[in-house]
Design a protein around this ligand. Structure first.
Ligand code: NCD
Length: 335
């Protein structure tokens, strides 16, 4: 099999930040994921996917807690035939003996062909990618979450979910997307906001308690891109105006001693709120959730977060095929 169209963008060497992706990439990724999902329908299709990277190995280096990002990357590796190794606790590696992170990562690169990393440190994956690029054995790095800073693969799967949800209502353009919760420290909101600047006419509503408002760098980025956005503490008004609501939890793992405890009760989506929402409103959450998203909402057709979670696996399969240069083995319709 071969691709019908040449790549409409420069193939990325790494996936480090949502800022590196433009509209041609996002449109291509959407079609690629849809094609890949067709292979899931038959055993032959899945065996074909497994043959694409059966000669490759990956390291999943996750030193911050993770359930779905870790498991979906692991599943994506399995789907493509890649053999994954993992470190989830640095106290079990030579970091415990005083080895620098840089040396540990360089060691992984000696044995594998791809490194997926999550860490509590903002900017770490960029630093490692730059370092490895200067060695004789550079390997692609995927940022699977870097502190409160970036979570580009989550944002890419969120875009896929939004685009799919709005496929019969002229796509993401012109939609009002409301982000709710801890917008100060929520990396998913930051990365998704960056990607949404690729869609003309999108209006963003950032709804949070005062203490959890977006950081100034994001505000500046949106202003300089001419993106229409507003910040409000008014939950009821914000959710009623939205075509999509993106709920998030308090990121209290970043609390430092003396942080103010914020009352989050006014930023929880409850079953009783459903009647206020637009009939086509898309409800999303990167998960895990706590009280901010009532499980009674799960059965409502507007709740898309469980699909969003599964979309994460297919998005990561697609991203790995692009990084490893085998996306051209998936037939795409002309874009
Ligand atoms: C998010 C994260 O890790 O930033 N989770 C995820 O990757 N699905 C959101 C969160 O932990 O709140």
């Amino acid at each position: 099999m071969s691709s019908l169209t040449p790549l409409p963008f420069t193939r990325p060497k790494h996936i480090l930040s949502a800022r590196q992706f433009g509209r041609p990439f996002l449109d291509y990724m959407y079609e690629l994921i849809n094609q890949i999902r067709k292979f899931d329908k038959t055993k032959d299709g899945l065996m074909y996917l497994q043959s694409l990277l059966a000669h490759r190995r990956a390291m999943l280096y996750f030193t911050q807690p993770s359930t779905r990002t870790f498991l979906s990357f692991q599943a994506a590796c399995h789907i493509l035939g890649i053999k994954p190794a993992e470190i989830r606790d640095p106290s079990t590696s030579s970091e415990r003996k005083g080895e620098s992170l840089e040396d540990s990562l360089r060691t992984f690169a000696s044995y594998v062909d791809l490194i997926v990393m999550r860490s509590p440190t903002a900017g770490l994956s960029d630093r490692i990618a730059t370092l490895l690029d200067e060695t004789p054995r550079p390997v692609p790095i995927i940022n699977a979450g870097s502190g409160p800073d970036e979570h580009p693969t989550q944002a890419l799967l969120d875009i896929y979910t939004l685009q799919r949800s709005f496929r019969s209502s002229s796509g993401i353009e012109g939609k009002t997307i409301c982000m709710v919760g801890d917008l100060k420290r929520g990396r998913t909101v930051r990365s998704l906001s960056h990607l949404l600047t690729n869609y003309p006419g999108v209006r963003l509503i950032f709804c949070s308690p005062q203490a959890f408002r977006i950081e100034d760098d994001l505000r500046q980025f949106l202003r300089s891109g001419g993106v229409q956005f507003e910040e409000t503490p008014d939950f009821h008004q914000a959710i009623a105006a939205a075509d999509a609501i993106y709920m998030t939890r308090v990121q209290d793992e970043y609390d430092v001693q003396g942080s103010v405890k914020v009352d989050y009760q006014a930023y929880c989506l409850r079953y009783e709120h459903l009647e206020r929402l637009k009939s086509h409103c898309v409800i999303m959450h990167p998960l895990p959730r706590r009280d901010e998203l009532d499980p009674a909402i799960d059965a409502d057709p507007r709740a898309k977060y469980w699909r969003q979670e599964r979309n994460g696996m297919w998005t990561r399969v697609a991203l790995i095929t692009i990084l490893m240069g085998v996306d051209n083995h998936i037939v795409l319709p002309t874009l």
